[in-house]
Design a protein around this ligand. Structure first.
Ligand code: GDP
Length: 239
């Protein structure tokens, strides 16, 4: 589909369906084999706004923000082709320790166990240094070697020059290159297509968890390693 600007939309949404919530690490989760991408970030980072922009629906992510749903992982089927997993926001000051003890095992348990997961989109507010919990999350993703896309939200709140400075500062803090992060604004929609394209690439690559059918024989194989499939190596997130 061609957009007003004349570019092709990397992710045309033809169908979108709420499949259900996962409430505990050993609780219900989708049983289909569709590739999954999870979205993570602290509360208020702009995750719902970003998801609404991504799928071009005004109130798509509202389901995740309704009372009782904020502590669950909410799964959505997109175009019947992949599953979007909206993780509960973490780090909200008012969240009691007891509640944290609930969502941490849920998020970690899900991320460790999902065999269909292709990667994680980690959101950070462009205006702030990554929080302790953001860094823990990124460390965890590096530990399990999950391919990670870092999106910097709310860039409309800064001037152009400030955006470049903040992007660079966060890149230095995370030991990434500036161009490994996607600056984004739900206000202006800037970055939406870059994110959509990165997401599609992630969904289309094989799982980093997929076990090889047989031990690789270097003398016979001339295929490139899995991590060359158009995405930076997973460990790049915090290395
Ligand atoms: P969530 O808790 O991560 O789902 O965050 P929300 O999407 O609910 O956003 C939290 C607040 O930030 C709301 O007041 C949004 O209107 C605002 N917000 C989210 N994204 C943007 C953005 O890109 N630009 C601006 N200016 N505000 C944003």
């Amino acid at each position: 589909m061609t957009q007003p600007g004349g570019q092709r939309d990397p992710l045309v949404i033809k169908s979108l369906e709420f499949i259900g919530p996962m409430a505990t690490a050993d609780g219900w989760r989708p049983t289909n084999e569709l590739p999954e991408v999870a979205f993570a970030g602290r509360s208020n980072v702009g995750k719902s706004s970003l998801l609404n922009r991504l799928v071009r629906r005004k109130a798509f992510a509202r389901v995740s923000n309704t009372p009782g749903r904020t502590r669950e992982i909410n799964f959505f089927s997109v175009n019947g082709r992949f599953v979007l997993a909206d993780l509960p926001g973490y780090g909200y000051a008012r969240v009691a320790k007891a509640r944290k003890a609930e969502w941490l095992p849920l998020i970690e348990g899900y991320l460790r166990a999902s065999t269909t997961l292709r990667g994680v989109v980690q959101l950070l507010d462009v205006r702030h240094a990554p929080s302790e919990e953001d860094l823990q999350m990124l460390d965890f993703l590096a530990e399990i070697e999950a391919p990670t896309i870092v999106v910097l939200t709310k860039i409309d709140k800064l001037k152009r020059r400030e955006i470049a400075e903040r992007v660079h500062a966060i890149a230095v803090a995370l030991r990434l290159e500036d161009d490994q992060m996607i600056p984004f604004s739900a206000e202006t929609n800037e970055g939406r297509d870059d994110l959509a394209a990165a997401l599609v690439a992630l969904v289309e690559q094989p799982s980093w968890r997929a076990a090889p059918a047989a031990p690789p024989d270097p003398s016979e194989s001339d295929s490139p390693p899995a991590e060359s499939a158009g995405f930076p190596p997973p460990s790049a997130a915090t290395d």
